[in-house]
Design a protein around this ligand. Sequence first.
Ligand SMILES: [Zn+2]
Length: 400
Amino acid sequence: MPMDAAGIHYTERAVALCRDLVACPGVSGDEGATARVLADAMRRMGFDSLHVDRYGNVIGRIHGTGAGPCVLLDGHMDTVPVPDPAVWNRQPFGGEIVDGKLYGRGASDMKGALACMVSAAALFAAETERKFNGSLCVAGTVHEECFEGIACREISAAIRPDYVIIGEASELNLKTGQRGRAEIVLQTFGKPAHSANPDAGANAVIMMIHLLERVEAFAPPTHPVLGQGITVVTDIVSSPYPGSSVVPARCRATCDRRLLVGEIQEDVLRPFQTAIAELSGQFADFHATASIARGEAQCYTGQSIEAERFYPAWLFDENEPFVQAALAWLRAAGLDPAVSHYSFCTNGSHYAGEAGIPTLGFGPSLERLAHTVDEYIEIDQISRGVAGYAAIVGGLLCQR
Ligand SMILES: [Zn+2]
């Protein structure tokens, strides 16, 4: 790995930045400190321009001397919380390095990848002396952990990337897609009555039981690569709650549905609506609705972010020229990537699923380390992550 003008290895730059980022606790909606550290690092490492948008996404850009595509490296800044620091054997925000592993919340998911991206961009700019065609952007995004891809709509509208690399952990393998995710809200509406006289009312919980029995029997759609579009009930609550001597008048449940490529909201809601229509024919009092959940959250900038919880699936064919080219560039850099898809939902739901931009996943560290106690990233993964990002960016911006 080469050194920068100050004689510091790009791996060391990335490791130091990863530690600085880990030192900033920052759950979704509270990424302000992380954003400042990231922006400072971009400024120090020679990015040409910096922009923080209304949601608080940080976007740094390096311009080449020629005209060409815009390549975006995307990593989310938010992390999941640390509910109980006492069960950690390492400081959750300490960034301790022990036996070649850097520990801390977000080290693997995904401040390590963000640090690699910034360092790789600086390395690429130095090695090419900016004699490349197009521009390279690195974005630190907000609100990924439960609002996948929504904040990214702002980024793609602002910079219109031609290629996107998602840095979620892939153990330096190449990911060409993922299932999407939707949350469906089911509501049943009954009639309140004293529970000593239940026949005077209509019990919304019993209605929900009938409806969920149907949902459990749904045959999931399948995709030859991505697998099943499963439906799972994730919560349920009746009203009034707790109910004392009352027939509940309302019940609400949420289902998580994993989406396959091409599925739109109407497709996803249809079986729920069919079940509701059938039950309405069967029971005189039955009344229910199914809809896509809406989410709202606050950004650290004070802006609120709001959207339907519907994050589409995406998948590119392994034989697409840009996929094969990325493989070749990574191999030339000494990496040995396999091609597969993510098992979880990422910001790619926006870039590829909504906007149709050629997108790949490539990130250091193991997927299974995300959200764990004693989360860590291996220094070796950081080192090879920097090399991998530089290789992909070099391929995309220096061809022709
Ligand atoms: Zn992540």
